[in-house]
Design a protein around this ligand. Structure first.
Ligand code: CIR
Length: 340
């Protein structure tokens, strides 16, 4: 019998794909760092509204528990015929989408990285988090030019300074109940912090859902500019840090929705006309494989007709292709908004 009872109302991918047979094959396995199936699916067991419901505790989790991770990954990253990742981080020169700034309010592109040889955030001890934070601070201090900035430790930085960062959204909150149930919030805010470039266009979150979330952001519709900054940051950090990587799954992240490029590239865009004709917007985003989130992020409402539109697929597609597809999709959306 399957020892894990998912809530009746749960529609998570892990519930769908963790058959009794797979469960029996995996329930007694452990990765070298001691991560188990039970820990991996704990968030999905606790949260009936989980969409995915599984997290990786280390790089090896994707191999050890592949009979459940693979079907979840294949279904989420719809359209991937075979699992094979090809990275292509190179600078682009695309036309600015909305030069008059009528629709696009800002652009934000993030990638996630975990360091090779360390467990992932849902399966880390405090001393590992500390060691990791030190290593990352060292690497961040080597960033040059417009990437130069300060690291603000949530434990040690001046409280007033932290409040200012929070007000301006240069900050991350303690993880939600999905992350909490997975163990990602352990010891928060210890060993957590944010690096912010002096020009405030590069931000790096340390020890959030992944060891690193590298974020390039700006109030612009110039996708290339924001993307190129991210390329420079990731290539510089990769000179001092070795990342968890697999030739099949690409970059390895805590949540299987992020593997591959681990990239979410998106804009905040105000669409007053399309808000009244959402079907047209949904048709374009579906056709371009884009995702719509609420104004304040995942699982939030649309306020003031401001949509957060980003790529859905992160695996089986390269980083540059994600940006090019997003660019094409946004052009189509702006054209539709203008024509109503
Ligand atoms: C869940 O399973 O719903 C959460 N662990 C969050 C999954 C990641 N986000 C997403 O699918 N958009």
């Amino acid at each position: 019998m399957n020892p894990f009872i998912f809530p009746k109302e749960s529609n998570s991918l892990v519930k769908k794909h963790l058959s009794q047979k797979i469960c029996q094959a995996l329930e007694h396995l452990k990765t070298d760092s001691g991560f188990t199936l039970e820990k991996a699916i704990h968030s999905g067991l606790k949260n009936p509204d989980s969409a995915i419901g599984i997290y990786a505790g280390d790089a090896q989790s994707y191999q050890t528990f592949s009979p459940v991770f693979d079907p979840v990954i294949l279904e989420y990253h719809g359209g991937v015929e075979n699992l094979k990742h090809k990275s292509d981080i190179r600078e682009l020169d695309l036309p600015v989408l909305d030069p008059e700034g009528k629709y696009i309010l800002s652009t934000r592109i993030r990638i996630a990285r975990n360091l090779k040889g360390f467990s992932f955030p849902c399966h880390m001890t405090l001393s590992h988090r500390r060691e990791l934070e030190k290593k990352i601070i060292m690497a961040l201090s080597c960033l040059k030019g417009n990437l130069k900035g300060n690291y603000y430790s949530f434990e040690h930085a001046d409280k007033k300074e932290l409040k200012q960062l929070e007000t301006k959204n240069f900050w991350f909150q303690k993880g939600d109940r999905f992350q909490d149930a997975a163990g990602i919030n352990s010891d928060f805010p210890k060993c957590r912090g944010v690096y912010l470039s002096f020009d405030k266009q590069l931000m790096v979150w340390v020890n959030e859902e992944d060891h690193l979330r590298i974020i390039s952001l700006e109030k612009t519709s110039d996708l290339s500019k924001v993307y190129n900054r991210l390329c420079q940051a990731i290539l510089s950090l990769n000179q001092t840090l070795a990342f968890a990587w697999d030739k099949t799954y690409g970059h390895l992240t805590s949540c299987p929705t992020n593997i591959g490029t681990s990239m979410r590239a998106g804009v905040h865009i105000q669409l007053e006309k399309l808000e009244q004709k959402k079907e047209i917007l949904f048709n374009i985003t579906r056709a371009c494989n884009l995702q719509i989130r609420g104004t304040c992020g995942e699982k939030t409402k649309i306020e003031n007709a401001v949509f957060d539109i980003s790529n859905r697929q992160r695996l089986g597609i390269s980083e540059s292709r994600i940006i090019q597809n997003l660019h094409a999709g946004l052009l189509a959306i702006i054209k539709a908004e203008k024509s109503i």
